[in-house]
Every structure is written in C-alpha cells, then in structure tokens.
Design a protein. Structure first.
Length: 566
C-alpha cells in the first residue's frame, strides 16, 4: 500500500514538472512569437510597405493593417476581393495592373507594377506593388504574396526632373536662338562697316584719312572676333561645333600663323621664331581651321602680353602609332609670367588676369576657354606652365588620324578653294537678292571692282522673276528676306530649271550659329558666304563658279593700298 502511494506521488510530481516545463516552453514560444511579430511590424513601418496576399482560386485578399493605413482606409471599408480592389485603381492603370496579375498567375513571373489608386481622401497617389507567386505540388500558382509602397514622391521628383530638363533644353534653345539672332543683327551692319572700310582703303586717301579708315577696320574686326568667340563657345557648350577633317599640313599652319602675326611682333620689337620637329608627319587628317584658330589665339596672346624678348612656337610629335599621331604644340614667351592662382582661372570662360597692367590689354576671357575645348574635341588637352618674372609657355595636344588610313569627309568647298582664281576677260553677270540697302551697296561696289555686271532685287519673289527674265552666271541669295525668303526662292528656281541646267546659287548669310551651311545645301544652294563679306572671299566665290582669275580693278595707288591692307 505504501509502495503504490509512493509511485503515485512520484508520477504526480513528474507530471507536474512536465506541465511546468511545457508551460515555460509555451511562454517562451509565445514571447518569441510576439517579439518576432513586433520586430516584423517595426520593419514594415520602417520600410513604409503594406503586406498583402491574394488567393488565386477565390480572388480574395488578405490585407495587413499597414496596407489599409497606407491607403487611408479603416478595416471593413474595402471589399478585400479582386473586383473590390480593382474598383479603386485609376481607370488609366487598370489594364497594366490586370496584365501584371495575369503574367504572375499564368507564367509564374514576379508581380511588379506601378499604378494609381484612389485613397480614402479621393486623391490618386502612385503605388508600387510587388509580389512573388507560391506554387502547389503540381506547379500551379495558388497564392501571390507581396507588399505595396507609396511612391508618389518618387513620381513627383521624376516629373519635376523631366520638367527641369525640358525647361533647361528650352532655355538652351532660346539662348542659341538669341545668339543666332544677335549674330545676324550684328553681322549685318558689320558687313557695311568692314565692306565700306575695305573699299575705302582702295581709293585715294591722304595719310590721315587712311589711318582713320584702318582704325575703323581694326576696331570692327575686333568686334567681329568677339562675336565669333561667343558663338564658338555657345556651339561648343551646346555640342553643336563640328570638326571638318581633311588632309592638313601642320608645318604650313605654323608658318602661316608666324607670317600672319609677324607684323604685330615686329611692331613691339619682339623676335617671333618657329621650331618644327623633323619627325612630324607631312600631313594628318584634321581641321586646319581650328588648329590655326588655337595657334593664333595662343601666339596672339603671347605677343600682346610680352613687352621685350621673344615669342617662340614649337611643335613636335609625342606619339605615332599605327594610324594615329599625337602632337604637342607650345607657345613660349618672355613676358611677365602668371601666378599659380591666376593660372587656375585662365581657361575659364569670361575669366581674365587680375593684374591691372595686363587687364589693360583688353579681351573677353573667352579665347583660352575655347582653346581648351577645341583641344578636347581633338582628343587632347591645353594648359600653361609659368613663373612670375620668367615668362609663360602655353601648350596644347591633339591626336589626328593618318591621311593614308582615314576616310576623308566632305568639307565646305569654300574652305578648300584658293583665295583667287580667274574668270578671264568675259562678262560675268551676277544677280543679288538682298533686302538690306547697305548690303546691296557693299556687294555692288565690290562686284564692280571685280568687273562684274550686277542686277539687284529686294526679295525672293523678285529673284525668281529676275532669274526667269535674264541670263545670269551666279545668284547671291540672302537667306532672310520679307515675303519669299532665300530658301524658298532657291527651291522655286530648282523646281523650274530646265532639265540638265543648274545655275550656281550661293547664300549670303549673317547667321553663323544655326548651322546655315546644311540648311542652305538642303534648300538647293551650292555654297554660302558669311557676312561680313570681303573682296577676297567674293573673288574666290566668283572664281569657284566662273572658272577664271578675278582680281579687283585698281589704280597703282589703290593696288598699293590693298597690298598694305593685307
């Protein structure tokens, strides 16, 4: 009896301990579950998402409280079914949302879609909903589990960025159009100033008058250079400046620049020397105009800021491998030198030296900025090495293709023609279409110097009618005229020309910003002259389309004056 009681007591104690252990386990499990759920809720709130699940068979949804909170609804306010939830999706986004569900169910692909849905406030915020399919043993999708996130701010930021880009592009276009228009408006009167100055220098003038005219010409050319610099910088910033590759003799460019600036150097008592590396290729494929522009800028600056001593141009080959040649060109002067602080500012647009004495030399601060950007377009760099009191060395590098291995791109024919060719002694008839009286006068006087018969009209309609009536060898066509402009007049002439005939039409344009060259060619023109025009440019144009040598008719004194001008 005592033994049985002892066994019963032991069993009771054991069961009690087991119950206690079980309760402790359940307590710990419940505590761990609650801790896990609390962590999950914190994570969900921290990430700002609302979990959901969709039963594929029934179309019913389970929506977490956070889902309802994101949408602004209270429990029970929405039918948690496919039809009920689709009813709050924006009508424009319903098809995309349904297609995303269809792909997930039928193809087992992740559910990922953005759409607008009506919140409790009546607004339509943007939501990004993502989910993954769950499969049964047969591989069929039975459930989609995922979460939704409010991405309205992201869409607003994206829309704001797109709008900012649109505004920036519009501002860039407006800037380009403004500069093009200003170029046109400035170049038109400059055509009169420079054209008349050049013609006046070809007449009998006393020394004082000749000096006055040359001063006008120098000042007008300085203004024209400023306009060109601004346009070049704007085209580079807009990514619209193109290089024209053709066989280029770098030795010849260096020699030309030295000859061009020798007078300036001599006037200041400076020695201007050149040093050309013997290993430099005979020719490379590059834009000779832009290489010359860089060299003129660097050498001109060196002469401008050097009072005594010398300016030296040195060019050498730094690498030649396969079909590529890299060169380095340096312009060294014995000027006052530049401090390190000022060197940092030199190649920035609109930046000038702070030294008052040097600033008196003038300038816009555009030249060196353009030099660096042109060098970059040529695959190189530009910089300066200088020490105050010990002169400066400005340099640039560039990489060119070898002539033998490259395909030469078509270039503007006007750039390839020599300055003068000849029309012989036969009469040459030119039709000028220009609505500006000053431009008409300049062109007529220049053509008269070249012994050319001229007929002048004021607009495109008159140009077409004059072409029909008279036999002309060349038409100089202004692009911007009232009524029918130069482009329209050219198209009309091309449409009416008898088969097998084609009269040369050359544009007279004061716009150097909008890519007039391509527009002129597309309209049916054969070339273009940019205002202000010169006797040399006009002579070259006549030579190109007439086939003989044309020179201005001058007296001995006038010929001497034109020689001095050059």
């Amino acid at each position: 009896m005592i033994g049985v009681s002892a066994y019963a007591y032991a069993a009771t104690v054991a069961i009690g301990l087991l119950v206690v252990a079980l309760c402790a386990f359940v307590y710990r499990s419940e505590r761990a579950r609650r801790l896990t759920e609390a962590r999950l809720r914190r994570t969900i709130r921290a990430t700002g998402v609302g979990p959901w699940e969709r039963d594929v068979a029934t179309g019913d949804y389970w929506l977490a409280p956070e889902w309802l909170e994101i949408m602004g609804y209270a429990p029970g306010e929405l039918r948690a079914t496919a039809q009920g939830l689709t009813s709050i999706v924006h009508p424009d986004d319903v098809d995309a949302q349904r297609e995303a569900v269809k792909r997930c169910v039928e193809q087992g692909l992740p559910y990922d879609v953005e759409f607008r849905a009506r919140a409790r406030s009546g607004e339509y915020p943007w939501f990004h909903s993502r989910g993954l399919p769950e499969f049964d043993t047969a591989g069929h999708v039975v459930r989609i589990a995922g979460a939704i996130e409010n991405v309205t701010e992201r869409h607003r930021s994206r829309a704001a960025l797109i709008e900012a880009q649109r505004v920036a592009a519009q501002a860039s276009r407006a800037k380009g159009e403004f500069l093009a228009e200003m170029s046109h408006e400035i170049r038109t009167p400059m055509n009169g100033v420079l054209g008349m100055a050049e013609l006046l220098l070809g007449t009998r003038l006393d020394p004082e008058q000749r000096d006055c005219v040359r001063t006008i010409q120098v000042s007008a050319n300085a203004l024209l250079m400023l306009v060109n610099d601004v346009l070049d910088l704007s085209k580079i910033e807009a990514g619209k400046l193109e290089l024209f590759a053709k066989p280029t003799d770098l030795r010849e460019i260096v020699a030309d620049v030295a000859r061009l600036l020798a007078t300036q150097a001599l006037a200041k008592g400076l020695d201007l020397t050149t040093h050309i590396d013997a290993s430099l290729p005979a020719q490379v494929l590059g834009d000779s105009l832009r290489v010359r522009q860089i060299l003129i800028n660097l050498t001109g600056n060196a002469i401008k800021f050097t009072e005594r001593g010398e300016v030296a141009i040195r060019i050498h080959c730094i690498e030649s491998e396969g079909d590529r040649t890299s060169i380095r060109c340096e312009v060294r002067d014995s000027g006052p030198g530049i401090s390190p602080a000022q060197q940092e500012k030199l190649f920035r647009a609109y930046s000038q030296l702070e030294n008052a004495e040097l600033r008196n030399e003038g300038g816009t601060g555009l030249g060196l900025s353009i030099v660096r950007r042109l060098a970059s377009l040529m695959g190189g760099e530009a910089g300066v090495v200088s020490q105050q009191g010990a002169g400066s060395t400005f340099w640039f590098t560039a990489t060119f293709a070898a002539v033998e291995s490259a395909t030469i791109e078509p270039t503007d024919s006007a750039r390839d023609e020599p300055a003068h060719r000849s029309l012989g002694l036969r009469t040459f008839r030119v039709l000028i279409a220009d609505d500006n009286v000053v431009n008409q006068k300049v062109a007529c006087m220049m053509l008269s110097r070249l012994s050319v018969d001229v007929v002048v009209v004021d607009n495109g309609d008159e140009a077409v009618e004059a072409w029909k009536r008279g036999a002309f060898d060349l038409i100089l066509m202004d692009c911007q005229m009232p009524g029918l402009d130069g482009f329209g007049a050219t198209r009309a002439i091309r449409e009416q020309e008898p088969f097998g005939t084609r009269i040369p039409i050359v544009a007279l344009t004061a716009n150097a910003m909008k890519g007039d060259e391509a527009e002129c060619l597309n309209a049916g023109m054969d070339g273009h002259l940019t205002k202000p025009i010169t006797l040399d440019a006009l002579s070259a144009c006549l030579a190109q389309w007439g086939g003989g040598e044309m020179a201005a008719v001058d007296t001995n004194e006038n010929a001497e004056a034109r020689s001095a001008l050059r």
